[in-house]
Design a protein around this ligand. Sequence first.
Ligand SMILES: C[S@@+](CC[C@H](N)C(=O)[O-])C[C@H]1O[C@@H](n2cnc3c(N)ncnc32)[C@H](O)[C@@H]1O
Length: 323
Amino acid sequence: MSTIEQTSKALHAPIKNKYSSMANDEAIVSASSAEAHDRSRSHVWYKPGEQLRLTPYTLNLFQNYSQIPTEQVAAHIIGVREKAWEVYPYPCIGSFRFLDFAITESPIFTTALSKLKSGGKYLDLGCCFAQDLRALVYAGIPSENLFGADLQSGFIDLSYELFKDGETLKSTFFKGDIFDFSTFTPIRGNTSDPGLFQKIKGDIDIISARSFLHLFSPEQEFKAACQIVEILKDSPGSIIMGRQVGSFTPGVESISLGRREVFRHDPQTWEELWNKVGEATNTKWDVQAKLLELSPDVKDSVKAAELADIETRGWLEFVITKL
Ligand SMILES: C[S@@+](CC[C@H](N)C(=O)[O-])C[C@H]1O[C@@H](n2cnc3c(N)ncnc32)[C@H](O)[C@@H]1O
């Protein structure tokens, strides 16, 4: 069975109540506009430190990759989270969702590992703490082949503080705005070549765009997707992957963060978007996506944020493969 067939099989499998608690933070983005950019600790999506729960995988990674003694892990994470909240109060920061290593749950995790083990390059776009990049290194991928990029250099700096890998990680991180490639500047890792991004642009085998495109208005989303196509290697089998907020009743929604309108996709509208991107960029894509339901406890907590349409929300998981 080909990789695409395997991916297709995995993504088209019925949603067997595979609840995703990961959608919690993103789902509450729509809280009232008065909360936009609110860094207060009483914010609706800011979880107090006592509510931090670590999965065995997360604890293990902080113990073994970051070499943090078990009893210090929680306090360490909470301390760095406080600083990140000041950089920008994203829901994934307030509700500790940066501790979800989603790539390890992706239907193509194994495929991704083998591509990267044989020298493929990976870019974590809108990486923030770049936790999935660290999961790849923890899984044995050479860190030189892994890149991260974010608008906010503060998040990139804090990612080193969070994972305590400033001495070991050989990945390169760019500060940059997806809408303007000329802004991409290497700020950690191989910083000796200011033109490095231009050299790797068009040579990336896997781009992770996790909780990224859903930040933008429909027009920006389309533009950003076309930019992603330019960064990706122009070869069959190159992959764009990720998860973002979706909806069982797709459509435009106003969000408080940045006060803008975004489009919440289901698998069909997501495929339509990528067909348009394909037309505009003269490329063809196999688009696999499915909506994961929110767990009942997540729905309850989001209801507390008075989100009327929470019942229709889901977490859109996708793998887009170049044909
Ligand atoms: C919601 S966070 C998701 C972070 C991470 N991908 C994850 O899933 O945990 C979105 C990230 O995209 C970055 N970002 C927002 N606009 C951007 C832009 N125009 N260009 C590059 N990065 C951007 C933000 O700084 C932030 O770190």
